[in-house]
Design a binder for this molecule. Structure first.
Ligand SMILES: [Zn+2]
Length: 100
């Protein structure tokens, strides 16, 4: 039985899949977003929906995830009291660090 050729076939298939995945990530553009997923704010550099779509770091998502809070759906979603408190606390601590 020739297992060697079978293994190399599996390996090349896996690497092709990995490079296709990397290409998809690099080429992801805001304009590729389906219309129903677009943010009501109109999108832009600071739009949380746009930033999530292209894989950019979203500050509030990071803060909320660390605090175990739900993320906002889009820029027009109102912050809950606990989300505001959490962001406020983060900004307060951040400013304190900068000042000292
Ligand atoms: Zn937005």
């Amino acid at each position: 039985m020739n297992t060697r050729s079978h293994n190399s076939y599996t390996a090349s298939k896996a690497s092709a899949k990995a490079s296709a995945k990397a290409f998809t990530k690099m080429s992801k553009q805001v304009m590729d977003m389906p219309a129903e997923q677009l943010c009501p704010c109109g999108g832009g550099q600071s739009c949380i929906v746009d930033r999530r779509w292209v894989g950019d770091w979203v500050h509030e998502d990071n803060v909320f995830r660390n605090a175990g809070l739900p993320l906002r759906k889009n820029c027009y979603t109102k912050f809950t009291k606990i989300q505001t408190d959490c962001l406020g606390e983060y900004l307060y601590n951040n400013n304190k660090m900068k000042l000292s």
